[in-house]
Design a protein around this ligand. Structure first.
Ligand SMILES: *Cc1c(COP(=O)(O)O)cnc(C)c1O
Length: 356
């Protein structure tokens, strides 16, 4: 259709839309969601709180109450601000738009989070993916070579990484932060921080080019769409100019404030899931032919013989996992499984044993 060819940018036409499979009636282990819901008491309290929200008013544009609660409850250093996004997906888009000078490049390890490359392309930037090593750890010399050659404006390090679950070496990340210097920002994406033993958030003061990005999605609030990012005031001031003024709606704001008052509930769920990860990982490792990669996130990456067929057999048993085998050569025959409740993990384990 010539209208499309006449008006839509070629890099948009070339993109495939982000595909989300139909999941009604399935045990849903494909999207790293927290399987737990709130107690009836908390649900009622939340409903009452939301019923009092002034839906007729725009949000308070400074989001001061929400930012204060995030900083206090989620461990942002005292003298650091946060910028809020409608999910960290929007923060990624904002950074891309702010940094998309002609010729500017984006670097990340691959396989990694698909939105890094997608957002770079949408902003008109070239994406340079640096393959992980075969054990799925960072190829730091290769990353440093790309930094020296291309001087990328944005470097993403998912910590832990999705879809591998790998927690990259602290020393490697430090080396990259130092090599990049003032030629780029290094975004340490801590989407899985609730399940990981370490964070770069307390280290913001050590690196002027460090941004720490997080989301409440994996903590148990994927539906409200809220991400936050911290870093130097000078950088955040620039990103604030790109942020759509009312990007966090009043219901999200109220729900997040409420949940941050009860963050102990979410923390307990995360602790439970970390324990389940450990149990599921050992159970999987005992299955013949199954290789389990180490994970510091709320999912496990496994390699199985004939993953394509195993995936199809799991689907037949109404279990939805993510088949990542086609994403990258390093992930051949790999499936990614969200860690869930003991009951759902057992259903998955039984179905998998029957499918191998
Ligand atoms: C899930 C995920 C995000 C996106 O989170 P939202 O806040 O839900 O947009 C960002 N980075 C990584 C690595 C993720 O896995």
């Amino acid at each position: 259709m010539s209208l499309i060819a006449n008006i839509i940018r070629p890099e948009v036409r070339d993109l495939a839309a982000y595909h989300v499979p139909e999941s009604a009636g399935f045990v849903k282990l494909d999207a790293m969601e927290n399987p737990y819901t709130l107690s009836v008491e908390l649900q009622q309290e939340l409903a009452e709180r939301l019923s009092q929200v002034a839906l007729n008013r725009y949000p308070v544009p400074s989001y001061i109450a929400l930012k204060t609660a995030i900083k206090r409850q989620l461990g942002v250093p005292d003298d650091y601000a946060v910028v809020l996004g409608n999910g960290s997906d929007e923060l990624i888009a904002m950074v891309s738009v702010a940094c998309a000078r002609p010729g500017a490049k984006v670097m990340a390890a691959v396989p990694g989070f698909v939105m890094y490359a997608m957002s770079a392309r949408l902003a008109g930037m070239e994406f340079v993916g640096v393959p992980l090593k075969s054990d799925l750890t960072l190829d730091t010399p290769a990353m440093l070579a790309v930094v020296a050659e291309h001087r990328p404006a944005i470097i993403y390090l998912a910590y832990p990484n999705n879809p591998t679950g790998t927690l990259f070496d602290i020393a490697d990340i430090e080396q990259i932060l130092q090599a990049v210097g003032d030629t780029g920002v290094v975004i340490v994406d801590e989407a899985y921080q609730p399940f990981s033993p370490v964070s770069f958030m307390p280290r913001l003061a050590e690196f002027d080019n460090l941004l720490v990005m997080r989301t409440v999605s994996k903590l148990g609030l994927a539906g409200i769409r809220l991400g936050y990012m911290s870093g130097s005031k000078a950088l955040l001031d620039e990103f604030e100019k790109v942020r759509p003024p009312y990007n966090i709606n009043v219901l999200t704001e109220a729900a997040a404030l409420f949940m941050l008052e009860h963050v102990d509930v979410l923390d307990a769920q995360a602790a439970n899931l970390r324990e389940q990860r450990c149990l599921l990982s050992s159970a999987l490792a005992k299955l013949p032919g199954v290789l389990v990669f180490p994970s510091s996130a709320n999912f496990l990456l496994i390699r199985v013989p004939h993953a394509e067929q195993v995936f199809a057999k799991l689907l037949k048993q109404k279990i939805l996992v993510k088949n990542v085998g086609k994403m990258h050569a390093l992930l051949e025959n790999c499936l990614r499984i969200t860690v869930s409740t003991p009951k759902e993990n057992a259903l998955f384990l039984n179905a998998l044993s029957a499918s191998l």
